[in-house]
Design a protein around this ligand. Structure first.
Ligand code: NZQ
Ligand code: ZN
Length: 392
């Protein structure tokens, strides 16, 4: 196991009714005026926003609101948020929504704490040196941004989606009531299932020393998400299934499954350029296509680990004489599972034409200058081969 630092400062309130603790928690922590940030309206329809606003009012915390965060959140709205937060002199941002809303709030916080344009910081890879207090009231199990150190933002003018990672971006508080996720559509639920699995899988499949404990923790998350995912798609109101998915989304991306590992997230980097260029592509749907293709391309470099995954998570019988067959069957089982829950599994289904492969691979590798680290470096040629493995 490699040396590691584990830092998860987010205080999580989990379960039925926790949204009523938003006001008292913020008051006790000394906050006076907040910016409530939200998306396209699901939080008003579900009644969650009403609960959060009432909880703030009851504790004398003032608020201003900014909605309309779109999936694949845009830097243009972030800039509006920074102006509003400055004008209103808020001391905390409360993001009520999913990964897109939380990431937009993180970027607003980045701008407020550094006095700089967050896109410039992200594009120039300037590491944050300060944090701005952030609360996440989570409504969808997926990105894990409620506890993660990442912020992913899209610049529509440049058709680029880029991320920044820093412990300073982890929210102070997260409120997670699984009941509010029962209104998430089957498609978005499936996108969330895939993304949660990926945050664990991209850490699980790395060329590291053996980490038995972390492997077993990761496999527990993956099996639980696989089973709860099926349940939640079949019965959206299944509280236990929704609760499993919600806590798994946080555990998958709060660093736990990366302890002692050096994860490089190649499938995520490849996917971010797809949803950056094609705004209509949801991150989880993009991953459902890219990850199995990456796995088919790479599994021969770590047959033992891919076979272990196939056996323990996808319940494929271990073929000790031909572990590569077990490994490959595991990848096929995973792909069938994604199709079963309604995810695309080919570039064609995502609406990406082969004529775009070259440009996408250029974007991901900065014109070929920066191959992605993985079991072997993935340059333009290799990424195009991965696309071809998922072409149709
Ligand atoms: O905008 P509203 O009306 O709220 O609708 C949203 C949106 O259309 C809807 N939704 C959310 N909660 C709902 C609901 N609909 C009904 N009932 C509810 N309770 O779901 C749609 C998708 O929401 P979004 O926030 O975009 O989903 P998700 O949480 O999957 O976030 C995706 C974004 O997170 C980034 C992705 O790249 C993408 O931009 N990621 C962020 C990460 C991080 N910060 O750590 C890591 C991830 O790997 C990922 O890259
Ligand atoms: Zn992800």
């Amino acid at each position: 196991m490699n040396n590691f630092t584990y830092y998860t400062p987010t205080k999580v309130f989990f379960g039925k009714g926790v949204e009523e603790q938003v006001g008292p928690t913020l008051r006790d922590a000394g906050f006076k005026k907040v910016l409530i940030h939200f998306g396209g309206g699901s939080v008003r329809k579900s009644g969650l926003m009403d609960k959060v606003e009432k909880s703030l009012q009851a504790t004398g915390i003032e608020f201003v609101s900014l909605g309309n965060v779109a999936p694949n959140p845009k830097i243009s709205l972030v800039r509006e948020g920074i102006d509003l937060a400055k004008r209103e002199d808020v001391d905390m941002i409360v993001a009520v929504g999913g990964g897109s809303v939380i990431d937009s709030a993180k970027a607003i916080g980045l701008g407020l704490s550094h006095g700089k344009d967050p896109w410039t910081m992200i594009e120039e890879k300037q590491q944050p040196t300060k944090s701005f207090p952030l609360t996440a009231v989570l409504t969808i199990s997926a990105a894990g941004s409620e506890m993660s150190h990442s912020d992913v933002i899209t610049n529509s003018d440049k058709q680029l989606k880029r991320s920044v990672n820093s412990d300073l971006l982890r929210p102070l508080f997260a409120f997670e009531n699984p009941e509010y996720t029962s209104t998430v559509s089957p498609y978005q639920t499936a996108c969330g299932i895939v993304d949660t699995m990926m945050h664990t899988l991209e850490r699980y499949l790395t060329p590291d020393t053996d980490t038995e404990l972390i492997d077993r923790l990761s496999e527990a998350i993956l099996v639980s998400v696989k089973n709860a995912g099926r349940q939640a798609i079949k019965n959206p109101e299944d509280y236990e299934a929704r609760a499993t998915l919600m806590w798994a989304s946080s555990l998958s991306h709060n660093g736990l499954t990366g302890c002692g590992k050096k994860a490089t997230f190649p499938a995520h980097k490849i996917e971010h350029d797809i949803s950056g260029l094609h705004d209509e592509v949801s991150h989880g749907a993009g991953l459902a296509v890219v990850f199995p293709a990456w796995a088919r391309y790479i599994y021969t470099y770590d047959v033992r680990k891919f076979a272990q995954l196939a056996n323990r998570v996808w319940k494929v019988d271990m073929d000790h004489d031909h572990p590569e067959r077990t490994a490959l069957e595991g990848i096929e089982s995973m792909t069938r599972y994604f199709a079963e829950i309604g995810m695309p599994t080919t570039m064609q289904e995502l609406g990406i034409d082969p004529s775009e492969f070259e440009m996408l691979a250029e974007m991901t590798t900065d014109g070929g200058a920066h191959p992605l680290p993985s079991y072997v470096p993935l340059g333009k040629k290799e990424i195009i081969e991965i696309y071809r493995l998922a072409e149709k």
